[in-house]
Design a protein around this ligand. Structure first.
Ligand SMILES: C[S+](C)CC[C@H](N)C(=O)O
Ligand SMILES: N[C@@H](CCS)C(=O)O
Ligand SMILES: [Zn+2]
Length: 404
């Protein structure tokens, strides 16, 4: 069996046959006060990292002076102890907080803040190629750091759950490096809405979302994504999450990159739908699924950022054509206004309604369930509880055990 395929099979086995994906990252960052009205959207939070990394070095220096526990004394444990206290200050605090909130809500998989992080997008903001690649890596480092802190909290906790509803249970946790589509880079919501308008110089060209116009060929998409995927694959993430894929040409580009570039970690493919029948561009789900099916490195296929009411039908369609585990992480059902970069509130479903569907989704074939935009740690906690009542959790201390 391919190493990647066995990773997901083993992960699901240890998770009792069903695993929990985290919830919306960007919208949760916003709920904590981040202003993401920016072409980089959630990736804007990564821009703080260069000076924060420098701050981390400064803290080590101060500690070494004051406590004489610098590296020449080889007192790494002491440094680590002090670092634990400073980690909130010296890391990208908001992303760590959000990843940790999801882990403590029961998520088995956390997805990095790289959805709208692209080398091209960072370069437009004046970063060099090297800095842009470092920012991509930073998105994974932040998630890995959150996982480490989480495991440490689990070790310190005497029970698997504490009074304030935090789930502190040592279990296999995967870090999935998000790759948003070319449409996400365009930052006009074109990966999400059906119709859009693109302006080229003085002419106005209507296009179907996800098609991007004739100039954006398979080759252009491969060239656009190649280096980003390579960097994320070498960053320490466990898998790549190709998310909110709006059309089959982009799925094909991803498959070819995975196959041609010797990408060392597996991936999942997740499309979104506005009608419950096709992917956003109007391409058929069956074609999308067959592209994913053709690639051994793709270890799960599914649907994200799609209203919950469409999920049942989409799982039924997918389950007829895929042999891979099916993942679903719907949004709250609210609509997105791409021009204002805002969600239209009160158009979605409550957490109770969302969670009431979960067992049915599992029953008809989903194996990985979480939430996308406008879902919160509360949504994920409710999913965890629902699934915990049904799944048979098998003891496994961490991913290292899992890989062995
Ligand atoms: C899936 S949509 C909500 C993501 C945000 C979009 N790419 C934008 O920049 O507005
Ligand atoms: N992983 C991304 C998906 C956006 S559709 C996020 O949660 O922000
Ligand atoms: Zn979303």
């Amino acid at each position: 069996m391919e190493r990647g395929a066995s990773l997901m099979t083993e992960f699901l086995r240890h998770s009792g046959g069903a695993a929990v994906i985290d919830g919306g990252l960007a919208t949760e960052l916003e709920r904590h006060g981040a202003d993401l009205n920016d072409p980089l959207w959630s990736a804007k939070c990564l821009l703080t990292s260069p000076h924060l990394i420098r701050a981390r070095k400064a803290v080590c220096f101060c500690i070494s002076l004051g406590q004489q526990i610098c590296s020449e004394l080889n007192a790494k444990e002491n440094i680590k102890m002090y670092m634990d206290h400073y980690v909130w200050m010296v890391s990208d605090p908001l992303s760590v907080v959000v990843h940790l909130d999801y882990l403590e809500a029961g998520a088995d998989i956390i997805i990095t803040a790289s959805y709208q992080a692209t080398i091209q997008g960072f370069e437009t903001r004046g970063f060099s190629r090297e800095e842009s690649e470092a920012l991509l890596k930073k998105s994974v480092e932040v998630a890995l750091e959150a996982r480490d802190i989480y495991y440490e909290r689990c070790s310190k906790s005497s029970s698997s759950a504490v009074g304030d509803d935090k789930i502190l249970k040592r279990r296999p946790i995967l870090v999935a490096a998000s790759v948003g589509s070319y449409g996400a880079y365009l930052a006009d919501g074109s990966e999400y809405r059906i119709e859009g308008i693109m302006f080229f110089l003085f002419c106005c060209v209507p296009f179907s979302s996800g098609i991007y116009g004739d100039a954006i060929t398979l080759k252009v998409l491969k060239d656009f994504h190649r280096r980003r995927v390579q960097v994320l694959a070498e960053s320490g993430a466990d898998l790549i999450a190709f998310e909110t894929v709006p059309n089959k040409i982009e799925a094909q580009a991803y498959v070819e990159i995975l196959d041609e570039e010797n990408i060392s970690i597996p991936a999942w493919f997740s499309f979104n739908s506005k009608d419950g029948i096709n992917v956003v561009s109007g391409d058929s789900i069956l074609e999308f699924a067959s592209i994913a099916e053709s690639c051994k490195k793709v270890v799960a296929v599914g649907i994200n950022c799609t209203p919950p009411r469409f999920i049942h039908g989409l799982i039924s369609s997918l389950s007829k054509v895929t042999t891979k585990p099916i993942l679903i992480y719907p949004n709250s059902g609210e609509s997105y206004d791409p021009d204002k970069k805002e969600w239209v509130q009160n158009t979605g479903v409550s957490d109770d309604d969302f969670v009431s569907y979960v067992n049915k989704w599992i029953e008809i074939g989903a194996s990985l369930v979480g939430g996308c935009c406008r879902t919160t740690p509360d949504t994920i906690r409710a999913i965890y509880r629902t699934l915990s009542n049904n799944r048979l959790l098998q003891p496994c201390s961490n991913l290292v055990d899992l890989k062995e």
